[in-house]
Design a protein around this ligand. Structure first.
Ligand SMILES: Nc1ncnc2c1ncn2[C@@H]1O[C@H](COP(=O)(O)OP(=O)(O)OP(=O)(O)O)[C@@H](O)[C@H]1O
Ligand SMILES: O=C(O)C[C@@H](O)[C@H](O)C(=O)CO
Length: 336
């Protein structure tokens, strides 16, 4: 059992709070960004990608965030609307803030990097007054993403959202989504990640992200069992540790452990794997499937997205995911 509860009476399935930005993915692959001439524009931001993926799979979704008062902000809002994501809680910045940009470099399938422009971005100006208790109580689940904790007032807004979620039995997913360029210090990062993680029901992260959180307490031996037991002593009922091309391992508070391998992928770029994994994983859990099945679907979604140019736009529909699962065998591997 995964221990997660979802109230079927709630009109929304999943609300995300956090970053809405723009991905500018290099069209010329196989070369450094210094030699890139053209980019394709997509909606980006880890929580945005996850919710877009969930909406593609048929979930009733919403977003709490802030966009810039310009063409980029309007591009994002239109895209959310076109994908059936409720944007009633997406506010428009009035201070001249800009939309975060994520320039991606695809030197090779294994050598991808992201250059982030995040000075004075609108998404980190989301304030506590813009977090609606009534809105959150309409949802079965809430997704928070680590980067929204990087600066005030977004940081406080996330903790208010967590409080409302707890108050109204809204299950909380925490996708760690650690992006170093947004934080001032390792200690600040670890403190806020740990404080937020204590309030979450399901934590999804890579081994490196959990190491970052534990570094504050001089824990250096990167032991999965010790990691998950720390979170089970708080609110968590399910912890997923992702291991890139080696697959993923999940742990439930009642002592079960599930390993998942990967699906073969013609990798174009590696980023987007985590967001696509999370979207299909959450969708599967919320429709009552087992943790093992949810991991299988997450892995399949990841393989689809890393074989395509974008993240958000590449998120598979239900039909695409089913077709992929029918025609591909998961490569079971000992994900250590
Ligand atoms: N090369 C690959 N081939 C197939 N599947 C992969 C590959 N890399 C990652 N995956 C799948 O995607 C999942 C998440 O990938 P990863 O562990 O890299 O998370 P992440 O670092 O959060 O991803 P991102 O690069 O989007 O930030 C893995 O557990 C695995 O199922
Ligand atoms: O989360 C970000 O700001 C970057 C994303 O927009 C990008 O699509 C990515 O890195 C996905 O993991």
């Amino acid at each position: 059992m995964n221990g997660l509860q979802f109230d079927p009476a709630r009109p929304l399935d999943l609300i995300a709070v956090g970053r809405l930005c723009i991905d500018l993915n290099a069209n010329e692959t196989g070369r450094p960004m210094e030699e890139t001439l053209t980019f394709t524009k997509y909606v980006g931001g880890s929580p945005a990608n996850i919710v877009i993926g969930a909406a593609r799979l048929g979930m009733r979704t919403g977003f709490i965030g802030k966009i810039s008062d310009d063409q980029m902000g309007r591009f994002i809002r239109t895209y959310l609307q076109r994908n059936g994501i409720d944007d009633s809680q997406v506010s428009v910045d009035q201070t001249g803030a800009v939309t975060g940009l994520a320039f991606t470099e695809i030197k090779s399938p294994q050598e991808c990097s992201i250059l982030m422009y995040r000075d004075h971005v609108a998404d980190l100006l989301l304030s506590t007054e813009e977090i609606s208790e009534e809105y959150i109580r309409k949802s079965k689940a809430l997704l928070i993403s680590g980067t929204a904790l990087a600066q005030s007032p977004s940081r406080e807004a996330v903790f208010v959202a967590l409080e409302f979620a707890r108050k109204h039995n809204v299950t909380v997913f925490f996708d760690l989504d650690y992006r170093p360029y947004t934080w001032k210090s390792a200690a600040e990062t670890a403190v806020y990640y740990n404080l937020a993680a204590e309030k979450c029901d399901c934590i999804i992260g890579t081994r490196e992200e959990f190491n970052m959180m534990e570094s504050l307490y001089n824990v250096t031996d990167a032991d999965d069992e010790a990691t998950v037991n720390r979170w089970f002593s708080h609110q968590a009922k399910l912890v997923v540790i992702k291991h890139g091309g080696s697959g993923s391992i999940s742990y439930t508070a009642d002592g079960q452990k599930h390993r998942s391998g990967i699906f073969p992928a013609k990798v174009l770029k590696t980023f987007g794997a985590g967001d696509s994994y999370a979207s299909a994983f959450i969708h599967s859990l919320m429709r009552g499937e087992s943790v093992g099945e949810a991991m299988r679907r997450g892995s399949a979604s990841a393989s689809i997205v890393i074989s395509r140019h974008s993240c958000s736009d590449a998120m598979p529909t239900s039909d695409e995911l089913e077709a992929f699962l029918l025609s591909n065998e998961e490569i079971t591997s000992g994900a250590e």
